[in-house]
Design a protein around this ligand. Sequence first.
Ligand code: CTP
Length: 402
Amino acid sequence: MTKRVLLIIGGGIAAYKSLFLIRVLAKRGISTRVILTRGGSEFVTPLSAGALSGDKVYSDLWDLTDEAEMGHIELSRAADLIVVAPATADLLAKAAHGIANDLATTTLMATDKRVLYAPAMNVRMWESAATQRNVKTLRQDGALFIGPDAGAMACGEFGEGRMSEPEEIADAIEAALSGVTTLDGLKGPKPLIGKRALVTAGPTREPIDPVRYLSNHSSGKQGYAVAGALAALGADVTLVSGPVALRAPERVNLVKVETAREMLKACEAALPSDIFVAVAAVADWRPAEAGAKKIKKDGTRIPPLKLEENPDILKTLCAAKNRPDLVVGFAAETNDVIQHATAKRLRKGCDWIVANDVSGDVMGGDHNSMIIVADDGADTWPKLTKEAAARRLAAKIAEHFK
Ligand code: CTP
């Protein structure tokens, strides 16, 4: 279904870029309806906004025909996202304080949709304590922000205050429409654009019968963080995950699986890929026969649990015809970490092994101490949060492809 954006064009010189934004969105299959504030109409005309959006342009709250036909409540209801671009200091202040004295501000106050602001103003106005307070308030209320960028401004000054470029605002709009709650990671260099990455995460669950299974304590946090960090650098990421209680990171294709065999199948289906990072704690064994019916207690005999080996996903993909260019395995070790990891790297056939000492609280915890073992030796990283460790690993991967 076509996504619909309600674009509020505020009164700033950057308003001309918002006309271009309408075109960029149309090319991406997103339709736009425009509210032009009184200030906005000093910079662009309703005629040009209407011609580009292919829709009526709304501007005056007290136009009774408009209110009857499409009031401020209806305008918000008909949209999937509200975008304010340029968001002037005045609009931010009114929205932060619940001042509603025209169509744009009543719409902002009445809406239950997410609002994305693309601020544009003089650097001193942006840096003023009042604007910064208002931005903080709006963020706390759940609003998203893109920009402003630093650069030369129409007023002749230099600094932060320029509205982001239409393409960038469109990226933020697409991210916001996909339901993200933060745009962190959207900006910044994207060295992995054009690269495909496959990441496994979480435990696997091996059924004993329809109600029981074998599994482990993996939380999936590290794998999800790696998938998110690779996506933030521009990679096209498929995350194959066992059962965990986590939300998929932004802009990542999530494939949910239960067993090791399902995980292998999903990984093979995701090839070809440039990068493979195997973070999952795959169960090494599975019950040889998973009963179709719940095993009943009969009071005399404890059922034996016969196990058989699961496929080694990392090893299988390393030996595959279409082996990813860079394969990174993880090794959970409790002792002689580097020694075991070095042997494991050779045994599995991967390029790097990220060894972690799981004798502490790594599994399920929020921190990780990683040692990266490659053919040129071992690099020991300090104890980091799983997110920070993932960003560092993603940066190292990007460096490898430079
Ligand atoms: N791995 C996998 N498939 C398996 C087992 C492990 O893809 N069936 C991957 C993990 O995702 C990880 C790496 O192999 O990247 C090492 O996992 P680990 O459990 O430490 O290695 P094992 O081969 O199980 O060795 P051991 O348990 O004997 O240390």
